[in-house]
Each structure stands twice: as C-alpha cells, then as structure tokens.
Design a protein around this ligand. Structure first.
Ligand code: HEM
Ligand code: MTE
Ligand code: MO
Length: 415
C-alpha cells in the first residue's frame, strides 16, 4: 500500500478554492477533489461548501452519499492522512459562559459566535422545503441553557393565583400531540440590504434568517384551558407572556408575549413544541420545549420555555428583544409582511447567456396563501394582494427590521 503524507486540519483548511485546490477530509483521510468539483451531480457550489473541512456533517444531511459507489469514487482522489493529533476535535474551554453551547454544522454562516447567530447558505436553504434541523437558522441572545429533561418543569399561570407545573412527560401525555409545518423568520432577516442604504443597528443577516420545520407538541390553547385561562377576559389588553430559561447577567430571562386571543385560537395553531422535523428539539432551538407561533415574528417563539403567564396588559411582560424592539409607543411587531428572495444564482456569479433557472423562496408572513411569484424584470411575491415594495429606501428603519424589498442579484453574463 502506498505511504501517504500526513496533514493537519489547519493545512487542509488552506485548500478551499479551485485556485488553492479543493481538499476535504473523510474519517482520517485527506482528498484533493478539485477535478471532481465540476463533475459533482449535486453541483459545484454545494461541494465547495465543504471545502477545507470534513465531509461527514454534509453527507449526514444528503443521504445519496451513503452508497458504495460514492466512497469508491472518493478513493481516487486520496492525497494524504490526517496527522494523529488532529484525529479528534480539540477539548472545550471551561471558563467561557458559552463553553457549554452545542456543536454546530460547519455550513452555517456565522454572524456572531457568542451568542450564536447563524444562517444556512442560500443554496442549501432551497435544497429542501423543510430545512434540516442542523441548518435551521439560529438566533440566540445568550448562552444555550443546559436543561436536564428529567427535572424540567413548565410553569403555567392562570388567573387568581392558579398555576400548573408540568413535567416533560406530563406535557406529552396529558395533551394531544399536534403537528404544524411553520416558517420562522427573524425580524432582522435581510438587514444587511438595509445597511447598504444607511447603517442600521443589529446583526448583519443576509437572506437566510428564515427556515421551515414540521413542529410537534401540545397546543398552547389546550394547556392554557387546563390552567383555567379562558375566553372570559374578552379581547382588550390581555396577553400571554413567555419566559425562557436563558437569563442575562442581571438574572432577567429572555421573554416575549402574544395577544391572548391568538394564544387561545384553535386556528392560529400556537404550539408548545418538543419535536422538530420528527426529532427531539435540538438544544439551539429550545430543548426541551419552545413556543412556535406560526406567521408571527420569530422573537415570539420563545425557546427553552420555563413559564407561560396570562397578564392583564403587555407592560408586565419582559422584553429584551433587541431585533424587534417596539417603535416608541406603537404595538410590538406580530405578523410579518410578505417576503421573498433569490437563493440561486448568488450575487456576482458568472452565468451563461440564454435561459437561466432562478431559485428562491416566497412566504406570505401572516399565514395567508401565496397568489403568485413574479419573475422577469423583478422578483416579487404577492400574497392576498399584499405586495413587496420595489426598493429598500422607503421602508428603511434604524433597527433594520422588516426588510422585504424586491431582492436584486447582480450577475455577469458570459458567452
Ligand atoms: C449527489 C459525490 C460533496 C450535496 C452526489 C452524487 C455523488 C456525489 C456521486 C450522486 C449520487 C447518486 O445519485 O448516486 C460527492 C462527493 C463529494 C460531495 C465525492 C465530496 C468530495 C457534497 C456536499 C454536498 C453535496 C459537500 C452538500 C453541501 C449533494 C446533493 C446531491 C449530491 C444535494 C443530490 C443532487 C440531486 O440529485 O439533486 N454527490 N458529493 N455533495 N450531492 Fe454530493
Ligand atoms: N427564545 C429565547 N429563550 N432566547 C432567544 O434568544 N430568540 C428569539 C426566538 N426565541 C430567542 C428566543 C428570536 S429573536 C428568534 S428570531 C427565534 O427565537 C429564532 O429561533 P431559532 O433560533 O430556532 O431559529
Ligand atoms: Mo429574531
């Protein structure tokens, strides 16, 4: 058998483009797949997402690779072995408050590491209708709480001092499981386009702070009714407040609220979810229980849920939510406006003259149906006669939220 040279992971990481040659690892072996990039059945852009690192996290998501002929093909490109000290990942730092955060998928585009905020690459966002859990965008304000599922309790406060304390198994057993396919979008999605008009505050999200999953859990309505919360309060100023287990340095938890009317509505399908795409909720997305409010700004879908309480008006609910902060005395953002964006081709791409396939997503926001998506001179979604604005200028705001103008992607046409 031939003797292969040894390389460190850092050396492999220097090979990320066809110019530097494209290297990847699989197990403890190193491959130079530069000459396969253009031949890849899944497209050259996708293989390049793994360039300079391990294939396993990507192949785990795209099962077509689990066939013998794929490994055989890879064998032809072997150029080395990983050096022994690099075969295992480095140990974690224990002083760091974020040291207990979970491992993440290398394809995620990180906007902030601590706290962790990241979005899927556009090409993978539209590879499937349901976003794989590992690629679902993540918006954390604080370290991820470590929750022991056996001792977890959810506190549900009803009127007149009544309260319910539910274990995870009680939540699963006492209430029927309900499933909802819902898209979550951060109010700051596409903020970076607003910053190009004039600088704004907040994380520089590209078009990926939006993802879709099939959520499973108890209906919030059922749990509230069991705690004695009912429709008797009318629809005045009543809200339901949610608190997370993630607290800041002063001990204040992340929190948000929705109107009681929506919380009790069977049609609104608000969930206390413990499953995401048929699996246990991942730690980054709120393990063991999170709220999912379909059609409403992501900030209301509180993760690592510790309490639900009915309050007589919104002022009593905690609010440390900086990416959808209230505009003065105006009511907080709830339903989101119509949104769409192009995921392929990418800005700056060279494309052949002639017909071109464009991929993207379109979403109605408030849970209404999509009527049409217009292409040609513009890319815009139209939902129940609610259309996207053509430019960012008139909707620009200091917080950089609700950025939903027509998405423009400049490309170079080659011949
Ligand atoms: C399909 C090889 C990396 C995504 C395939 C197929 C092969 C292949 C042989 C066709 C399988 C079949 O249908 O029999 C490779 C090799 C890679 C690599 C050798 C690395 C050296 C990646 C990466 C991604 C990816 C990093 C994702 C980020 C896909 C997808 C398909 C595919 C989505 C299915 C295409 C379709 O049918 O739509 N790949 N792949 N591949 N690959 Fe890869
Ligand atoms: N819940 C808690 N407890 N802590 C948080 O930081 N972020 C919110 C919301 N729920 C947050 C939270 C925001 S602003 C968004 S957009 C969504 O979670 C993102 O959900 P995801 O990370 O599962 O995509
Ligand atoms: Mo958000």
């Amino acid at each position: 058998a031939p003797q292969f040279p040894r390389y460190t992971r850092a050396e492999v990481a220097q090979h990320r483009t066809p110019k530097e040659r494209v290297w990847v690892t699989y197990g403890t072996e190193v491959f130079d797949v530069t000459d396969f990039v253009e031949l890849h059945p899944g497209g050259p852009d996708k293989i390049l997402l793994a360039a300079g690192g391990a294939l396993e996290p990507f192949w785990a998501l795209y099962a077509v690779h689990g066939q013998p002929h794929v490994l055989e093909l890879l064998r032809d490109y072997k150029v080395g072995e990983l050096s022994p000290e690099d075969a295992a990942p480095p140990p974690g730092d224990t002083e760091d408050p974020f040291a207990g955060d979970p491992p993440r998928h290398p394809a995620l585009r990180v906007n902030s590491l601590k706290p962790f905020n990241a979005e899927p690459p556009p090409e993978l966002l539209t590879q499937s209708f349901l976003t794989p859990n590992e690629l679902f965008f993540t918006r954390n304000h604080l370290p991820v709480p470590a929750v022991e599922p056996g001792s977890y309790r959810l506190r549900v406060e009803g009127p007149g001092g009544r309260a319910l304390s539910l274990s995870l198994s009680e939540l699963r057993q006492r209430f029927p499981k309900h499933e909802v396919t819902a898209t979550l979008q951060c109010a700051g999605n596409r903020r970076s386009e607003m910053s190009r008009v004039r600088p704004v505050k907040g994380l520089p999200w590209d078009i990926g702070a939006i993802s879709t999953a099939r959520w499973g859990g108890a209906r919030l309505r059922d749990v509230l009714l069991a705690a004695g919360v009912g429709d008797h309060t009318g629809d005045g100023e009543w809200h339901v407040c949610f608190e997370g287990l993630d607290t800041d340095a002063s001990g204040t938890p992340y929190g948000a609220s929705i109107p009681l009317k929506r919380a009790l509505s069977a049609e609104a399908e608000v969930l206390l979810a413990y499953e995401m795409n048929g699996r246990e909720l991942p730690r980054d997305h709120g393990f063991p229980v999170r709220v999912v409010v379909p059609g409403v700004v992501g900030a209301r879908s509180v993760k690592w849920l510790r309490s639900v309480a009915q309050k007589d008006y919104k002022g009593f609910c905690p609010s440390v939510d900086w990416d959808s902060v209230d505009f003065g005395a105006a009511p907080a953002i709830q339903e989101l406006p119509v949104q769409s964006a192009i995921t392929e081709p990418r800005p700056g791409a060279a494309v052949p003259a002639g017909e071109l396939t464009v991929k993207g997503y379109a979403w109605s926001g408030g849970g209404r149906e999509v009527i049409r998506v217009s292409g040609g001179r513009r890319w815009g979604g139209e939902m129940r006669y609610n259309v996207q604005p053509d430019t960012v200028g008139p909707i620009w705001n200091l917080r950089g939220v609700l950025s939903n103008a027509w998405h423009r992607v400049p490309v170079t046409v080659t011949r």
